[in-house]
Write a protein that binds this ligand. Structure first.
Ligand SMILES: Cc1ncc(COP(=O)(O)O)c(C=O)c1O
Length: 362
């Protein structure tokens, strides 16, 4: 049995619904920042529980514009996790600031206890990343930010619609950044992203930065590039948004099956409170990880690593000689991501679990 890590094919009846949504855009002809973008922005803001959504062309752009919108740039430091997709660190660097990396806790999310020791007089902001779709300890992070006078920017790229007992992804910070690229749980059919904020003036500034630093597409106020979200992507995102709760429920059901079937052989990234996890990825920690991965490949089960190497160990950052990050390094050697997408059948999930148990002789 083949178990793909992701399956981006589109089947009926969704295919017809998406084509119809695109045809509507062709009919009204507002290809750039059309009405579907406005509706999508409002929906994202609503889900995050804030006033404004600003649709952009990617999660990377969302992060870059958030930093620029807050006036963070050369000479400033931004504290972030050492474990994320490299876009988080690159956005800080491209804004002209310096990323300062801290270690993670056992759930692969930024360790709040590591933040205060990393603060210097140059620190301006903290970017926590809700990794795999599980929320960071935002209460603790926001408390530290307040104590040090720092702004929080949530990287919600992997966590649209996630929540914890204290609130929703995107509601804790000055500004939150989402990715809706084709691999995300709420996804477009290409690249897309959104920024969310409660701050009216910041929302206006972000809209200006989104399109060449112009107001009303005229007179450039601040040099910026083109980061607009395509109307056709927004139209298709609105179709997928209607199925979003169903998709997340299915992912949660698959995660629950793995938790039950693998409890003898693995530890789990989602240990503890699972309610608000949206399972962008499902990570377990195991012994002999590389051997297991090779064994699963032989069984035609596709798995992935959690964004290896750590961001500070990419070639672009290595020269700074940062680290060590003991917890992230320990967990990254043991972590493996299993397929968790909503197109999987129960039979496929059981097959993955059976093969893993077979490998450990359990
Ligand atoms: C944590 C995180 N931040 C930022 C991004 C960047 O988003 P995009 O690929 O839409 O530019 C991603 C994308 O996967 C991500 O996972």
């Amino acid at each position: 049995m083949k178990v793909p890590y992701l399956d981006l094919r589109v089947f009926e009846p969704l295919k017809s619904e998406l084509l119809e949504a695109v045809a509507t855009v062709f009919d009204h002809g507002r290809i750039l920042l059309g009405p579907e973008v406005d509706t999508f922005e409002a929906a994202v803001a609503d889900k995050a529980g804030v006033a404004h959504g600003i649709g952009v062309d990617s999660g990377s752009s969302a992060l870059l514009l958030a930093l620029r919108g807050l006036g963070i740039g050369p000479g400033d430091e931004v504290i972030t996790t050492c474990l994320s997709w490299i876009a988080t660190a690159n956005a800080i660097t491209m804004a002209g600031a310096t990323p300062v990396f801290v270690d993670v806790r056992d759930d692969l999310n930024m360790d709040p206890a590591a933040i205060a020791p990393a603060v210097t007089e140059r620190t301006k902001a903290i970017i926590p990343v809700h990794f795999c779709g599980k929320m960071c300890d935002m209460k603790a992070i926001c408390k530290i930010a307040e104590e040090h006078g720092l702004t929080v920017i949530e990287d919600c790229a992997q966590a649209f619609g996630g929540h914890n007992a204290d609130g929703r992804a995107g509601s804790f910070s000055k500004v939150a950044c989402f990715s809706m690229n084709c691999m995300k749980v709420l996804h477009s059919y290409g690249e897309a992203g959104c920024i969310a904020t409660d701050d009216d003036a910041l929302a206006d500034r972000l809209r200006m930065l989104r399109y060449a630093g112009t107001i009303g597409r005229q007179d450039c106020q601040v040099p910026s590039m083109n980061h607009r979200l395509d109307t056709v992507q927004a139209a298709m995102l609105l179709v997928n948004l209607k199925r979003y709760d169903e998709i997340v429920s299915r992912r949660r059901a698959i995660a629950a099956m793995y938790n039950e079937l693998l409890s003898d052989v693995a530890a789990f990234q989602d240990a503890g409170d699972k309610d608000g996890h949206i399972y962008y990825t499902f990570s377990i920690y195991v012994d002999r990880r590389d051997e297991l991965m090779a064994f699963l490949t032989e069984k035609e089960i596709e798995t992935k690593l959690n964004h290896a190497p750590l961001m500070p160990y990419h070639a672009a950052y290595k020269a700074r000689n940062l680290g060590p990050f003991p917890n992230a390094e320990r967990l990254q050697k043991r972590a493996i991501c299993l397929p968790v997408h909503e197109k999987l059948s129960d039979e496929q999930v059981r097959y993955v679990a059976d093969c893993i148990n077979q490998f450990y002789g359990s």
